[in-house]
Design a protein around this ligand. Structure first.
Ligand code: AMP
Ligand code: GLY
Length: 427
């Protein structure tokens, strides 16, 4: 097959690395890709949001199978357009991508089909929103309805914060149209896990769990980021917990999406909050998590292309996914200053030496090749990913690779997987 993969992050580098190992893959084109992906595939400089050019590329290159990494092109209808041309595609239709594209859609679906999630109301009117906030009290969570580059959620610990966030969003100042409608919901106190499952509209193929680290600083301090590191499996994931997530959350969602006339094809990324041992749905994303995906790809023993293609052609019941028992762990290296402003175009050296450490893969995100050197061009820049027979071993390898790099302008958290390592569960 000639495969087109869309995206440019660490998630896509990890997927490209697995796709290239598939006997089904004759050629891999990635749009737009990054400097790491360019070492293993052909990169075409079309941004992931440029639907028209991606469609034209798929036709001109006679693509046999398209795999969409990020959410934006899905919400914009890329999968629909490719399907209409008869090109099999992994990723949901625009209607089904509303699970991530509209928090209100996702919450209403949960309410209608009894899927456990935080209680909530939707608002477009400021006074009504403020009344609700005053009634519920803090802590309370304010969410922009639409896509806001992962920044549309404010967990307000005080009423003042909640009121300020609500005014900011509804006025259009914070996120434009994406914030013109909001969800206000109950604060859930618990531990988060990311759980993944693939769907072909009908059949569900459970994958595995991971745990992200969203705050920029050690000990979960400082502002939120896209994710500073992950490990798999998440420490709270037991067979019983997995069953509960599948039976109470994912399977009802598959039926609900069908019943609503928008069957879901692609990967469910369920953000789960475990509250007193009970899993509740925080949110859905319609793509793999980044950096969770890097840890998943390291553990997947099966052929990724076979699985994703089976989902695209609605034959998911014919495949299974085998996983390594060995845990994996990804440390994200970001440019100093991230998630605030940061410098670009700083050279990253010793990548090859670091990648030689046994069990380590370095997945690129915001990198480019300039004058023969790899330089940083984004906030999150590298995902140093390792597997080991224990979380401790995977972590030691990943940080050994971090320490082998020569990139003074970069930084990382030093405590990835601290929850797993502070309990006995994953040792
Ligand atoms: P997101 O940016 O949508 O991935 O989510 C932002 C983060 O906000 C989540 O990962 C949670 O940490 C937090 N969050 C979202 N909803 C709630 C809630 N109802 N209770 C507590 N924390 C929440
Ligand atoms: N790591 C969280 C996300 O991909 O949204």
């Amino acid at each position: 097959m000639k495969i087109l993969l869309i995206g440019s992050g660490g998630r896509e580098h990890a997927m490209a690395w697995k796709i290239k190992q598939s006997p089904l893959c004759d050629e891999l084109i990635v749009a737009p890709g990054n400097a790491g992906i360019a070492q293993i595939a052909t990169c075409v400089p079309i941004p992931a949001e440029n639907i028209a050019e991606l469609v034209a590329l798929s036709q001109n290159e006679k693509i046999d199978f398209a795999i969409v990494g990020p959410e934006a092109p899905l919400v914009l209808g890329l999968a629909d357009e490719l399907c209409n041309l008869g090109i099999p595609v992994f990723g949901p239709s625009a209607a089904a991508a509303q699970l991530e594209g509209s928090k209100g859609f996702m919450k209403d679906l949960c309410k209608k089909y009894n899927i456990p999630t935080a209680s909530y109301e939707r608002f477009t009117d400021l006074n009504e929103a403020l009344n609700y906030i005053n009634k519920l009290g803090a802590p309370i969570v304010i969410k922009a309805d639409g896509l806001a580059a992962g920044k549309g959620v404010v967990v307000a610990m005080t009423l003042d914060e909640a009121i300020a966030a609500t005014k900011d969003m509804l006025s259009g100042n914070a996120f434009g149209q994406a914030g013109a409608s909001i969800v206000i919901e109950e604060f859930m106190d618990g531990e988060e896990i990311s759980y993944f499952a693939i769907c072909d509209g009908e059949n569900l193929l459970p994958l595995i769990s991971a745990q992200d680290h969203k705050r920029v600083g050690d000990g979960d301090t400082g502002p939120n980021t896209g994710g500073m590191g992950a490990y798999s499996p998440a420490r709270l994931m037991t067979p019983a917990m997995e069953q509960e997530i599948l039976e109470n959350i994912l399977k009802p969602t598959v039926s609900a999406m069908k019943a609503e006339g928008c069957p879901f094809t692609g990967v469910f990324f369920a953000g789960i909050m475990v509250v007193n041992d009970v899993p509740k749905l925080l949110e859905y994303n319609v793509r793999f998590g980044d950096p969770e995906c890097q840890t998943l790809m390291m553990r997947l023993k099966s052929d990724l292309v076979e699985i994703l293609y089976a989902a695209a052609i609605k034959k998911l019941d014919t495949v299974k996914a085998d996983w390594s028992e060995n845990p994996s762990l990804c440390v994200v290296m970001a440019a100093k200053g991230y998630p605030g402003s940061y410098t670009k175009n700083t050279p990253i050296r010793n990548l090859e030496t670091a990648a030689k450490i046994d069990g380590v893969n370095i997945f690129h995100a915001g990198t480019a090749l300039k004058d023969g050197e790899i330089v940083s061009i984004g906030g999150r820049v590298l995902g140093i990913t390792a597997s080991g027979s224990t979380v401790t071993e995977a972590r030691e390898k990943a940080y050994a690779a971090v320490d082998a790099l020569d990139w003074p302008e970069g930084f990382c958290r030093r405590d990835i997987a601290w929850r797993a390592l502070s309990s006995d569960a994953a040792k």
